[in-house]
Design a protein around this ligand. Structure first.
Ligand code: ZN
Length: 269
């Protein structure tokens, strides 16, 4: 899929920032605006890395800002939600799922572990342990060769974060890039990759709204890397066609024909 830039939409439910002055002080224009600005300003590290074209969308916009047309032009969708997961329409969830299966990348952040779209794509509860107690988080890079870890050290630390602990009820990931340790003793698989259909999915744990996590340079590096990793390689709409043989088939015993193997368009019995 040759193209000159990667088109990104940063989606945010945008509720805490409007209702809670402490959160608004950290993210005056919403955390989607902070993430979008960071993505625009963080260049890719690979030679020839594509530039990002970054837009935002929020829950209160028509169709949550994720119309058929906007999603059709989106390469990677970044998702932050927490208290309003149930307000996301099932039609939009269905639409996002279809685009991921076609090849669109999806990056799910922090409390997005309970979003409808993440649970739909992974098929499990996606539950975990949590505690909000201003703890230090140490994020260990356990796959330093992975593109999402490019430019990071052996670990990085966030002085204040919400704790998420195992077990994280997700299917086994294709790759585990980060594992977090928390001051209270728990650990958590905090950077996980899956492929669903033709699309790449990355879950990244940090990002509780009460802390300035998305202003952190290491976190911004992870997001810039992740968007480029998740960019589509193909775009293939779902279909399930009857397929004529490429080679001429030899005549078979009637017994085979009866079970429908050679009956093009017929029903197998
Ligand atoms: Zn949180």
């Amino acid at each position: 899929m040759p193209q000159s830039r990667i088109s990104v939409i940063v989606w945010n439910e945008f509720q805490h920032e409007r209702e809670n002055p402490a959160v608004r002080a950290i993210y005056p224009d919403g955390l989607h605006a902070t993430i979008a600005a960071a993505l625009r300003e963080t260049p890719g590290l690979e030679p020839g890395a594509l530039a990002l074209e970054v837009a935002t969308a929020t829950l209160d916009q028509p169709e949550h800002g994720l119309s058929e047309e906007r999603l059709a032009g989106c390469d990677v969708l970044v998702w932050w939600g927490h208290k309003a997961h149930d307000q996301v329409s099932d039609a939009v969830v269905e639409r996002v799922q279809r685009r991921v299966l076609e090849g669109m990348g999806l990056i799910v952040l922090h409390s997005g572990h309970f979003s409808k779209i993440f649970r739909r794509l992974l098929g499990t509860h996606c539950s975990l342990k949590w505690r909000e107690a201003d703890e230090k988080e140490r994020v260990w890079v356990v796959e330093p060769a992975h593109p999402i870890a490019a430019g990071l050290g052996e670990y990085f630390e966030l002085p204040y974060e919400e704790m998420y602990g195992e077990r994280f009820d997700v299917p086994p990931p294709d790759e585990t890039v980060f594992i977090s340790w928390f001051e209270g003793g728990e650990v958590f698989r905090s950077g996980l990759c899956w492929q669903r259909g033709h699309g790449r999915i990355f879950y990244f744990r940090p990002g509780h709204e009460a802390y300035p996590t998305y202003h952190d340079a290491n976190v911004q590096r992870v997001l810039a890397n992740a968007v480029r990793w998740a960019a589509p390689r193909v775009r293939i709409a779902d279909r399930c066609p009857m397929s004529p043989p490429l080679e001429k088939l030899s005549a078979k015993e009637m017994a085979f024909a009866k079970v429908g193997i050679l009956q093009q368009g017929g029903e197998a019995r």
